[in-house]
Design a protein around this ligand. Structure first.
Ligand code: CMP
Length: 140
């Protein structure tokens, strides 16, 4: 087992419904530790930059509009196999496909308003963490 860090976003649908604490509890109960966290409002450039890998996808404009529609919580999570563990705790991208007990099955509204984002690989976790955090903001 490897101690890893992954990047997480609590999305605008969750902050709008005052579910920040509920999501954090589910992450912590799943064995992850919040080692950095801030509440921010993404602007268009930041959202487009973060999701640049999806820019050719048909949902890109809607995704950026949604992600700038309200505050988000950006986080660094630490734990054993944190990248994979976080993806288990989140559940499938589409809440209709997510397992019982996952964040998305329990809380998400739709494939777009799916409450959380989590890095899909250790390599992308490092890139995404650096997109939002300086090293001195991460306290493990
Ligand atoms: P996320 O993990 O933040 O990465 C990209 C996001 O695009 C994804 O979660 C979904 O919320 C969103 N999205 C919207 N529509 C789709 C779609 N049809 N397929 C995949 N992702 C989608």
């Amino acid at each position: 087992m490897a101690l890893e860090r992954t990047f997480s976003i609590i999305k605008p649908d969750a902050t709008r419904r005052n579910l920040t604490g509920k999501v954090i509890s589910m992450l912590e109960e799943g064995g992850l530790r919040v080692v950095a966290q801030k509440r921010v409002k993404l602007d268009q450039a930041k959202a487009e930059g973060f999701y640049a890998v999806h820019k050719e996808r048909p949902f890109f404009n809607d995704l950026c509009a949604f992600m700038t529609s309200g505050p988000v919580i950006v986080q660094v999570l630490e734990g054993e196999n944190a990248v994979a563990r976080n993806r288990e705790i989140m559940g499938a991208t589409n809440p209709a496909d997510a397992d019982e007990g996952t964040i998305r099955k329990t809380l998400a509204e739709s494939i777009e308003a799916n409450s959380v984002h989590g890095s899909d690989s250790l390599e992308n976790a490092a890139i995404e963490i650096a997109f939002f955090f300086n090293n001195d903001e991460i306290v493990g």
